[in-house]
Design a protein around this ligand. Structure first.
Ligand code: OYP
Length: 522
């Protein structure tokens, strides 16, 4: 029988071997000398083509390519994907600037062109405390919230301050014990150097935010401190404060959220982690290896999108440098801090939820859907290992959870501002609308935020959904059966999610299997 697997054919020519077409083989399964030789030369060739480099110290290493043009053809976008990627970015220029920014409604002037139902819902309701809480669970960065059993010393909330947020018969002490108090702690932002944009300094805070799982109102924020050390200049903001003061405090939390979300949850914990596995797989596994066959569909386009990210997004004069407060040195230091603490455990959803103590939180759709998908993925991994499941889960579900909601939740700029142009407020009584407008991103920064999050968050052309394989890597009956089983499970998850969302005012569909791409392509 002539082998039809392309790599074999290329090397072996028409040598006839007794073997089923396309059968996956580990090294110990291969005994024919020519095939063993081929495994070796294939890897030598790949190691010449795909090389490691260090783009910056103390973050994951990456593919050695100055730009995407240096990548081998196999790793490049197909035409449809490339032209769409380049065309869609024109919105960045097409949205024309308004004049000055006077009040929050002026953001609507740039909000007309690109829309989504959730983005519009967000524009209508972003000031409401419950929507702030909702976004911790089902927004685009659902991995920040953790249970708070004991108040940190650096955040001296006293029960009196928050009593008004609770039903009369209970209090902070009781609710801490009952496990209904949660915390967002942006300690990682503390002391991050700030960007200077067109000669103007930008500002960063390192907030703490306490939340309460209220029996009627759901998860709501009840206290915010904008810096890590308490003091006269860092008051604790409360819902009963003057409305503009409370609103501005929440915006500061959401500004930290933008940075942690895009740079850590999204870029570092999905794109860069998967790139390492991609380069290692290409360099160490021949195409006939079962693990190569299993992972290849989940690594499509990742090298090219990451090259583009390094040259256009986080480069010395890329998008971050031009419009985001962490642009320049800040983003690298932030990523280095996170990478030092990044654990393998935290990439496994069930362990991450356990460690954050969020098992009691109701309506945490991200958690529920992640667990279903994790189960389905882990079972199909040929019982091989958790590492494979982590790779597939991260390159599919986790990327979808962080990427696909970014337009919905960041398009309305005041809800998730990419930069702040004034320092955090120190006096609650002194907050005015002028101050808020002078703090939030300006017109051109806001346009870029909208355009880029739209560009990345919308459905992608040339997309292959989770569980669909265009290149039939596997031909064994057993493997095909497992693929079938996986698809059946995904269908069940799909209908579960759809019926759960029916009639909901705010739907959570980022982890709908048909909307999850098979790999990180954007
Ligand atoms: C690559 O203007 C990527 O040409 C996005 O990178 C955008 C460009 C190129 C084109 C820029 C241009 C994607 C890989 C990645 C990632 C995850 C982090 C995404 C962060 C997006 C932040 C957008 C908001 C900016 C204000």
């Amino acid at each position: 029988k002539v082998l039809t697997f392309p790599c074999y054919q290329w090397f072996v020519g028409d040598v006839k071997v007794e073997m089923r077409e396309g059968t996956a083989k580990t090294l110990k399964d291969d005994s024919v000398l020519q095939l063993l030789m081929h495994r070796k030369t294939e890897l030598q060739e790949r190691q010449r083509t795909y090389r490691w480099t260090t783009w910056a110290p103390d973050i994951p290493r990456c593919i050695d390519a100055k730009t995407e043009a240096d990548l081998p053809q196999d790793a490049r976008f197909e035409n449809e994907k490339r032209s769409d990627f380049e065309y869609s970015l024109q919105y960045k220029l097409a949205i024309r600037f308004g004049k000055s920014w006077n009040d929050l409604d002026d953001f609507k002037r740039i909000f007309w062109k690109l829309k989504s139902p959730i983005a519009e819902y967000c524009m209508e309701h972003w000031k409401e405390d419950w929507l702030f809480g909702y976004q911790c669970l089902n927004g685009s960065n659902p991995r920040m919230i953790q249970r708070c059993k004991k108040l940190p010393e650096k955040f001296p909330v006293i029960p009196d301050m928050v009593q008004r947020s609770m039903p009369p018969r209970t209090n902070l002490e009781k609710e801490l014990k009952a496990g209904n108090i949660y915390l967002l702690d942006y300690a990682i932002m503390d002391g991050i150097p700030t960007n200077t944009i067109k000669g103007k300094p930008q500002y960063i805070a390192a907030p703490l935010c306490l939340l309460y799982q209220h029996p009627d109102e759901g998860l709501i924020p009840i206290a915010i401190q904008l810096e890590q050390s308490p003091g006269q200049d860092s008051p604790i903001f409360l819902p009963k404060d003057p409305p503009l003061a409370w609103l501005l405090a929440k915006m500061w939390v959401r500004h930290s959220e933008f940075q942690v979300f895009q740079l850590l949850s999204h870029l570092l914990r999905t794109h860069l982690v998967v790139e390492v596995i991609c380069v290692a797989t290409l360099r160490q596994l021949p195409a006939v290896h079962p693990v190569y066959k299993l992972l290849a569909p989940h690594l499509r386009y990742t090298l090219e999108i990451n090259c583009r990210g390094r040259t256009q997004l986080i480069s010395p004069n890329g998008i971050f440098k031009r419009v985001v407060s962490t642009g320049g040195d800040g983003l690298l230091i932030l990523a280095q801090r996170e990478y030092k603490m990044l654990t393998y455990r935290s990439l496994q959803p069930h362990l991450d939820f356990a460690d954050r103590g969020v098992s009691q939180l109701p309506k945490y759709f991200y958690k529920e859907h992640s667990l279903m998908l994790w189960e389905a993925i882990h079972r199909t991994c040929f019982e091989l290992s958790t590492l494979l499941a982590v790779t597939i889960f991260t390159s599919t579900a986790q990327h979808a959870a962080t990427n696909n909601g970014q337009f919905d939740w960041c398009a309305w700029v005041p809800n998730t501002p990419c930069t702040m142009r004034q320092p955090p407020p120190t006096d609650k009584e002194a907050v005015t609308m002028d101050m808020i407008m002078a703090t939030l991103p300006d017109v051109s920064q806001s346009c870029v935020q909208m355009a880029i999050t739209w560009h990345l968050g919308r459905a992608q052309p040339d997309a292959i959904p989770l569980g669909q394989y265009t290149e039939e890597h596997f031909s064994e009956g057993q493997a095909l059966e497992l693929i079938d089983k996986f698809r059946t499970e995904l269908k069940e998850i799909e209908s579960h999610i759809l019926s759960q969302n029916e009639g909901l005012e705010l739907q959570y569909l980022y982890l709908l299997p048909s909307r999850i791409e098979n790999s990180i392509t954007i």
